[in-house]
Design a protein around this ligand. Structure first.
Ligand code: SF4
Length: 85
């Protein structure tokens, strides 16, 4: 039987180097809602990166775009360029 369970390990292609600017993060957690295997809130309610390939790159991009303070910085590993913001 082929099962179709969601995997707990990261098997996404890593596209981004992800940084969170802790000075900008206000703990709004929309990044966590959109990419919960990539981001989490720490004990100070600041976002931390759990796994740069925790979610599909599109979800990570959406998560970064959802951040009200643009605290999430995405660098495209392939090009070495900052892709967001
Ligand atoms: S969406 Fe932005 S402000 Fe909210 S927790 Fe994530 S990084 Fe922080």
């Amino acid at each position: 039987m082929v099962n179709n369970q969601s995997s707990t390990q990261s098997n996404q292609t890593k596209k981004y180097r992800i940084k969170v600017d802790r000075n900008l993060c206000i703990g709004a957690a929309s990044c966590v809602a959109l990419a919960m295997k990539t981001f989490a809130l720490d004990s100070e309610n600041k976002a931390v990166v759990l796994d740069e390939a925790g979610d599909p790159p599109e979800s990570i991009k959406l998560a970064a775009e959802s951040c009200p303070t643009k605290a999430i910085i995405l660098e495209n590993i392939g090009t070495g360029e900052q892709e967001y913001p």
